[in-house]
Design a protein. Structure first.
Length: 529
């Protein structure tokens, strides 16, 4: 997974994997997804149009390998808390629900050929995270365990169901021992009677045999909340692993806010589709009457505005929140048919692999790549022309908005809170105590300024003319500048510019000085002559 973002504009990638994953998760209606092999450095957060991505990886100077993360729907970001003690193989997330918190772990285990030390280190870290999770709270572990747990239900009755796949290997034996010790059960397709190809997620490149390496594990008491678990081979995210989804009976905790609900905005990017424009025109022609009497123009305008907005909303759709600094939404109508054809070709090749299906998949991929390059070229040419036009016309705001679109969304970095000794603090009570101690020390610190430092400051000449009272001409000039920069509603409301120019106002308090308050009101008192 790559964000396609860089501090160097020349290294920004047009095709961001986070956008592709965002669209696939939205199509399959996934709320929270665990990601593995992200290969992103450090830890960070990136908000796309529908999902927010969190990741944890190795340091910037180390090799880009491994990496785990989560993709959380933007409507659930207020209900989740990211763990502070993550590694490049383990990352925790806490979801607040109406029945209490739910702990989630994104896992990427070492492969079967990895050394014993890396396996011991991974399972030691996994053991610590499981112990940190309270036993009365639900725990869900999702990820690529690189382990085959087999189908021997009689040997592992508490961990496996009756619908396992294949035979067990060394990594599977080790994982089952951990699950048996902590009373965990492997939910992925071992407890549900689904189709055989819905129980596997990865095909060996040489033997062409399907295996189940991606697992979803939970505590035994939480088993009743799972409704179904299956594999979606149609999810196309340029990976050799298929998507594993579980439907869980959960209700996220709601946060009630007193602010008024905003009016939905129309997605103007859909105006490029001619069929939708025709639909809007048809709706307006049938909804707007020609011979209707109105009491006043305000009532007529309100009716026209309501009908126009509802027609545009029904045809173009509602504008989605989040970042819109991307070329994809502009050309979505041209790309969707090709992406759908590529997805179907991938699914057909997975179902029945052959030379013909492989050739069809390669052809559809080339078609998508060709169209993507054409769309991105048009997008960058149009965006560059708009930025140059804004710069030539002196529209600085529009110019910087265009530059922000070119750079893309901002990656937000987070840092864990540490104690004075350097240990990471995870308890909320101790975190608040640490902040209290920090600010108490900060504000109680006595700063001593030596006389030598004061003598080193350059002495500026005294300007006595600044103590003189302002003239009417100076007030008029200052008022004009304020109204030009801030608009008529944020200017000096206590006086009118034309009255000042005519001399209708005079100062009555010579000792008063002119100052502008927080609301833009003039503090000097004026009275009519």
């Amino acid at each position: 997974m790559t964000t396609g973002l860089s501090s160097d504009l020349q290294n920004i990638s047009d095709i961001r994997k986070t956008v592709i994953i965002n669209n696939e998760l939205l199509r399959l209606q996934v709320d929270i997804a665990a990601l593995q092999e992200t290969r992103l450095a450090d830890y960070g957060c990136l908000k796309e149009s529908d999902y927010t991505f969190y990741w944890q990886g190795k340091k910037e100077e180390e090799t880009r390998e491994y990496g785990v993360g989560f993709a959380v729907k933007n409507t659930l970001t207020d209900s989740v808390e990211l763990g502070s003690s993550g590694t490049e193989r383990l990352l925790s997330l806490r979801l607040n629900t109406s029945d209490g918190p739910v702990n989630l772990l994104s896992v990427y285990a070492p492969t079967l050929m990895a050394c014993s030390d890396s396996k011991d280190e991974f399972y030691s870290q996994l053991d610590s995270l499981i112990k940190e999770s309270p036993k009365q709270e639900p725990l869900i572990i999702l990820g690529d365990f690189n382990a085959r747990v087999g189908s021997d239900h009689d040997a592992w009755p508490t961990c496996l169901g009756h619908f396992g796949v294949g035979k067990i290997n060394d990594n599977g034996q080790r994982l089952l021992e951990v699950c048996s010790y902590y009373n965990l059960c492997i939910r992925t397709n071992t407890f549900f009677s689904t189709k055989p190809h819905h129980r596997v997620s990865w095909r060996h490149p040489r033997s062409k045999h399907w295996h189940q390496l991606d697992l979803i594990i939970t505590r035994r008491p939480f088993l009743k909340n799972f409704l179904v678990t299956r594999t979606y081979h149609s999810a196309d995210c340029d990976t050799d692993h298929s998507l594993i989804c579980s439907t869980i009976r959960l209700l996220p905790k709601k946060f009630h806010r007193s602010r008024q609900q905003a009016k939905p905005r129309v997605d103007v990017t859909m105006t490029a589709c001619k069929d939708r424009v025709t639909s809007v025109n048809t709706l307006l022609a049938t909804s707007l009457p020609t011979n209707t009497s109105y009491t006043n123009s305000t009532e007529q305008w309100d009716y026209i505005k309501t009908v126009t907005h509802s027609a545009a909303l029904s045809s173009f759709g509602k504008k989605k929140g989040g970042q819109s600094n991307d070329w994809y939404p502009v050309y979505a109508e041209r790309l969707k048919p090709l992406i759908k054809a590529k997805r179907m070709a991938l699914k057909n090749h997975k179902d029945s692999p052959s030379d013909k299906s492989q050739q069809t998949l390669q052809t559809t991929r080339k078609d998508v790549q060709k169209m993507v390059r054409q769309c991105t070229n048009e997008y960058w040419l149009d965006l560059s022309a708009k930025i140059q036009q804004a710069s030539d016309s002196g529209n600085i705001k529009r110019m910087y908005d265009g530059i922000k679109k070119a750079v893309g969304p901002t990656v937000r970095k987070t840092a864990p809170l540490k104690s004075t000794s350097g240990d990471i603090i995870t308890d909320k009570t101790k975190q608040m105590e640490r902040w209290v101690a920090h600010y108490s020390e900060l504000y109680s610190r006595e700063n001593i300024v030596h006389q030598s430092a004061l003598d080193a400051i350059e002495c500026l000449p005294v300007m006595p003319h600044l103590d003189d009272l302002p003239t009417i001409e100076e007030l008029d000039k200052a008022y004009r500048q304020v109204t030009i920069r801030q608009g008529p509603r944020q200017g000096l409301h206590t006086c009118r510019s034309h009255q000042m120019r005519k001399g209708h106002f005079v100062r009555t308090t010579p000792q008063a000085s002119l100052s502008v308050l927080g609301r833009g009101e003039c503090a000097t008192r004026y009275e009519r002559c």
